[in-house]
Design a protein around this ligand. Structure first.
Ligand SMILES: C[S@@+](CC[C@H](N)C(=O)[O-])C[C@H]1O[C@@H](n2cnc3c(N)ncnc32)[C@H](O)[C@@H]1O
Length: 277
């Protein structure tokens, strides 16, 4: 496996994913009862931004003059600022485990899985003083079967594989969503996917809908036409059991993100409930 998230950290796809992750978790945390968070593909958690793809992502967003940004963007930028300080361009980017951990309360628990030992080791250091959080050096797809459903009954699983083998990861993600929601019907599940030439998102969505997944929200932001040869054209998420009102919050945020992340206006956004109750 060659994938290392460091070169991609803070790119436009991370921004979309992390805005949606923080918005979802913040909604779930509105209820007092404890929640459990599982991340299958956690990464190392903290990335130094030295050039690279963040220029078209977090650095562009952080320097944009946004008047009254939507709540989801304000929340996300506030979290990134916690790792950098105010008024300076971010030099450090928090990955999904660090972002999520800022929203966990004392009564919540989390398990972060990462298969590469060095990355898992770095992540473990981030949370060594936090008894609520376990870092597991293991296969994240397997962990879904082993750790869910949790004793808290409510919570969120984030499935974020690298898609080095695009078709195989789409198949694994589809199976993981269907199997996990059958075993944990109350759980909210988020899976990230790439939008690029040759990827048939419509078929992926159809498979999830016909498997009977409930409250299925599709969230997509593309900075190029879907079938452009540019490489990664868009960032997509499916959210199973999407919390109420998340759809409206993201529908407000994505066009604003798109204006910043695709200044020439290429690409598109979509926030749609593709399956209901
Ligand atoms: C896209 S990155 C994760 C980024 C992270 N979720 C974030 O948003 O900051 C994918 C990560 O999954 C790890 N990985 C790849 N295959 C895995 C597997 N089967 N189980 C757990 N982790 C895996 C990679 O080493 C990499 O760190």
């Amino acid at each position: 496996m060659k994938y290392r998230h460091a070169c991609h950290a803070g790119n436009f796809a991370d921004v979309v994913k992390h805005v949606a992750l923080a918005a979802t978790l913040a909604r779930l945390a509105q209820k007092e009862r404890p929640l459990f968070l599982l991340e299958t593909h956690a990464g190392r958690g903290r990335y130094q931004l030295e050039g690279g793809e963040a220029a078209g992502g977090i650095l562009r967003l952080a320097s944009a003059a946004l008047r009254q940004p939507p709540a989801a963007i304000t929340r996300y930028l506030g979290i990134v600022r916690q790792f950098n300080g105010a008024g300076v361009p971010p030099a450090c980017y928090p990955g999904s485990p660090l972002i999520a951990a800022t929203l966990l309360r004392p009564q919540d628990r989390a398990a972060f899985c990462e298969i590469v030992a060095t990355e898992a080791g770095l992540l473990r250091r981030e949370f060594r003083r936090d008894a609520r959080i376990g870092v597991h050096c293991r296969d994240g797809f397997e962990a879904l079967g082993a750790l869910l459903p949790p004793r808290e009954k409510r919570g969120l699983a984030l499935i974020d594989p690298p898609y080095e083998e695009t078709d195989a990861d789409f198949a694994r993600v589809t199976a993981a969503l269907v199997e996990t929601s059958a075993r944990w019907p109350q759980g909210t599940l988020i899976a990230w996917y790439p939008i690029k030439q040759g990827v048939t998102t419509a078929r992926f969505h159809r498979q999830l809908v016909s498997a009977g997944l409930k409250r299925l929200l599709a969230v997509e932001l593309c900075i190029h036409p879907d079938d452009s040869r540019a490489g990664l054209n868009g960032s997509g998420l499916v959210i199973v059991n999407a919390p109420y009102r998340l759809e409206g919050e993201l529908a407000e945020a994505l066009p604003v993100l798109h204006r910043v992340l695709s200044p020439a206006g290429a690409g598109r956004t979509r926030v749609a409930l593709i399956a209901g109750e």
